[in-house]
Design a protein around this ligand. Structure first.
Ligand code: BGC
Length: 764
């Protein structure tokens, strides 16, 4: 019997491989046909094997066939592997699947290619500050192209969790606080990774994560509880996931958190009613790392129970935990689940492999020749450098300290000044840390021979060595300076005194943000602040080059430091890109994608909040019995959409094509933008709308459009936005997506705080 099945399998694959290229309209039914016939050959164990996604475990190049994982692959117990690196290893384990397993089903290879592969781009939060969709798409395209040469065909990206709480370290991995901007970016990333044909050998499958609402973890503590109303979900948190699904993302990853009291991985409403039935998602759902097993701790039952719940909810693939592999058979015997459910999950995974072209050629993504040409290539690194420079946000630039002149003595000071390993930023799984460009290298290279760079470390990241160990990459020892704090500061001050300008490279190490890196205090660590204090006391002009994976609370720095360039974590070419911006080869044009609080006590703080019944009147700092604080104003330090330039931009008056509209008419809102400074530059012009009266309360403003406009010094341009009722739609109390007639405020400006305003009446 076994032999007969094998013969059929062999025949089936021969036919499969020889079949002609399908027309697009027939593809779906063809996938189904192929998948169904394969399924009919599979044993229950083999089906369960496809649902199993272990980590790369103990695989060593040259010994793959002896590894435990290889044994499991041989036995048909593995559907794919993730975070396994190098073409050789991937080829070896794929060979085991193709030559030594009964049905020869290819493995799918995933990886956290989050912001680049070996060529690392800025962290996603930084990329979002470019407000440049082509650039973001391009970064994903390069990442896909590089990763695919090494055999990776699936990335656990984009991460599109809306985040309003900078205590949460994973804010670094997403696109900030806004659903509109987040949705545009989600689309761009999916397009960048997947291109228009997933089976090409340089495109890879996207995985939208973390579905859903992970960014709303209470108190900013990772993996924590989430609880929110449906109306908030639909209007504020779900749009980016939906945008990614609409853009054709091939897979979705569940989140760790609960939603309405049921963890995402067991939430049938989320994974089936919403994702599949309402949104029409037809890819496959993978859990996050051991998310099924974690439902035991959530209090939903034992492993058999939670695994059955997950399958029933709509999970197709189990990452790492092996709950599916080890318990679903028993659940089937106990009639807790049906074989049809297992078949459905298995079909979705097989279909994904088919779409990726793995059945045609299981090694199509392993391309050693292309790897040599592309991976970490000069041209990719050049693009990474250009892209990085577009993500920096100039928060302050008093007396035009920046750009720096190329003929002076620069005191380069700080724990992040001469440091490579902290440049790529969190989730740089494939990065070449030792080849990342430090700021010191960048400055020396860009400024050339006419400057003199004097360096001093000045401080460690934290004075507490234990804390510093926690925030180093995977606990690796840092280049910690053993000298007493005072001595390091003394040295730095000496260096500063001998210079014309001080560049202080301070802030967070890369592992102070990202997964499991929540902070309750979001200021620059105390020891670095003391250094900054001392540097300011020298009277030399100080430029703070701020490394961070989250919006920090910078009230003190804003009050005391004349220039602040927020550079996030800018990737492998960080040092060059930062130097390009510091010396004015590139004029900064990034705009914040999150509000920067004055103090952590204001968190969560976001621009698109509701008005409340007791709003604080505009311009008033405090008023008794109003919605405010005794000790701080309601304002963020830097609002959403904020960022300066070396030049200045002026906005004219807002022009509206009409003040009274009806039905499906189009309103055109225009404004004259002028570059009134001395440099060419780019400005992100932002459109916000407020719905003045609704059947439910509406935000005080919502981003509805933006354009990045380049203007030469002295140049002006009229910037226009066309607005239709589509832009006025929202989910009402019954979760119907529609617009309501009445008065609307139309706002255009260079950030969410400083806008020009006009009003229209729009009837149905
Ligand atoms: C993270 C995911 C990631 C996965 C695989 C998890 O801990 O939450 O974002 O994709 O690990 O590495």
């Amino acid at each position: 019997m076994k032999k007969v099945k094998l013969l059929i399998a062999a025949l089936f694959f021969t036919m499969w491989a020889c079949s002609p290229a399908p027309k697009e309209q027939d593809q779906q039914s063809m996938y189904k046909e192929k998948v169904d016939s394969l399924l009919s050959l599979m044993t229950l164990d083999e089906k369960l094997g496809q649902l199993n996604l272990p980590g790369a475990g103990d695989i060593v190049t040259g010994q793959a066939s002896n590894s435990n994982i290889a044994e499991n692959i041989r036995n048909g117990e593995v559907g794919g592997l993730f975070n396994i690196k190098t073409a050789e290893k991937i080829r070896e384990v794929q060979r085991v699947a193709m030559e030594e397993s009964r049905l020869k089903i290819p493995l799918i290879f995933g990886m956290d290619v989050i912001h680049g592969y070996e060529t690392v781009f800025p962290i996603p939060l930084a990329l979002s500050c470019s407000w440049d969709m082509d650039l973001i798409e391009r970064s994903a395209q390069i990442a896909a192209s590089e990763a695919s040469t090494d055999g990776i065909c699936w990335t656990f990206s984009p991460m599109v969790d809306i985040a309003r709480d900078p205590r949460w370290g994973r804010i670094a991995e997403g696109s900030g606080e806004d659903p509109y901007l987040g949705s545009q970016i989600a689309k761009a990333m999916v397009k960048g990774y997947q291109g228009d044909d997933l089976s090409k050998n340089n495109t890879i499958m996207a995985c939208v994560k973390h579905f859903a609402l992970y960014g709303a973890s209470e108190a900013g503590r990772d993996y924590n509880t989430v609880d929110m109303s449906r109306i908030r979900m639909y209007n504020e948190y779900l749009p980016p996931y939906k945008a990614a699904v609409d853009a054709g993302a091939g897979s979705v990853m569940t989140s760790f958190n609960e939603i309405d009291g049921i963890p995402a991985s067991a939430n049938k409403w989320l994974l089936t009613d919403l994702l599949r039935d309402q949104w029409g998602f037809d890819g496959f759902v993978v859990t996050d790392y051991t998310a099924i097993n974690e439902m035991i701790a959530h209090g939903l039952g034992d492993l058999q129970m939670v695994s059955a719940l997950a399958l029933d909810a709509g999970v197709d693939m189990d990452m790492v935990g092996e709950g599916f592999l080890t318990t679903l058979k028993k659940s089937l015997e106990d009639r807790k689940i049906t074989e049809a459910q297992i078949d459905e999950a298995c079909s979705r995974i097989l279909e994904a492999k088919y779409k990726l072209g793995l059945f045609d050629d299981p090694y199509r993504y392993v391309d050693v020749e292309r790897a040599k040409m592309e991976v970490f290539s000069e041209s990719n690194r050049k693009e990474a450098r250009e892209i990085a420079a577009q993500t920096f946000v100039l928060l302050k630039n008093e007396n035009n300290i920046l750009p720096l002149r190329k003929r002076e003595t620069i005191a380069l000071i700080g724990p992040l000044a001469d440091n490579k390993e902290n440049m790529p930023g969190t989730w740089s799984v494939a990065a070449r840390f030792d080849q990342a460009i430090s700021l010191r290298e960048g400055i020396e290279n860009v400024a050339g021979k006419n400057i003199n760079v004097l360096y001093a470390k000045g401080s460690n990241i934290y004075s507490d060595p234990e804390l510093e160990k926690r925030v180093s990459i995977f606990g690796k020892p840092t280049n910690r300076d053993a000298r007493p704090e005072a001595e390091m500061i003394r040295e730095a001050v000496n260096v500063a005194n001998r210079s014309d300008v001080v560049v202080a490279a301070l802030g967070e190490s890369s592992e102070m943000s990202g997964e499991s890196s929540s902070r309750s205090d979001i200021t620059i660590p105390q020891t670095q602040r003391e250094l900054l204090h001392a540097l300011l006391k020298t009277g030399k002009p100080v430029v703070l080059v701020l490394f961070t994976g989250r919006p920090l609370a910078l009230k003190w720095e804003d009050e005391h430091v004349p220039a602040i360039l927020n550079v996030w974590f800018a990737g492998s070419e960080a040092g060059y890109a930062i130097a390009d911006a510091l010396f004015g080869n590139v004029n900064p044009s990034g705009k914040t994608s999150t509000s920067f609080p004055q103090t952590v006590g204001q968190v969560p703080i976001y621009y698109n909040h509701k008005n409340t019944g007791r709003p604080l009147p505009e311009g008033v700092e405090y008023q008794k019995f109003r919605s405010d604080y005794l000790d701080v104003t309601n304002d963020p330090l830097y609002p959403f959409g904020y960022g300066l330039s070396y030049t200045t931009f002026e906005y004219g008056d807002l022009q509206l094509s009409s003040n009274s509209l009806k039905g499906n008419q189009t309103l055109t809102a225009s404004i004259q933008l002028s570059n009134t400074g001395n440099y060419d530059g780019a400005e992100v012009v932002q459109l916000y709308i407020r719905d003045m009266v609704g059947t439910v309360t509406r935000p005080v403003k919502e981003l509805k459009g933006f354009q990045k406009i380049e203007l030469k010094a002295g140049e002006s341009k009229v910037v226009s936005f066309d607005i239709t009722p589509e832009d006025l739609k929202f989910y009402n109390y019954d979760l119907d997506y529609d617009w309501e007639p009445g008065e609307f405020e139309i706002m255009i400006g260079g950030n969410s705080r400083n806008v020009k305003t006009g009003k229209v009446n729009w009837e149905k």
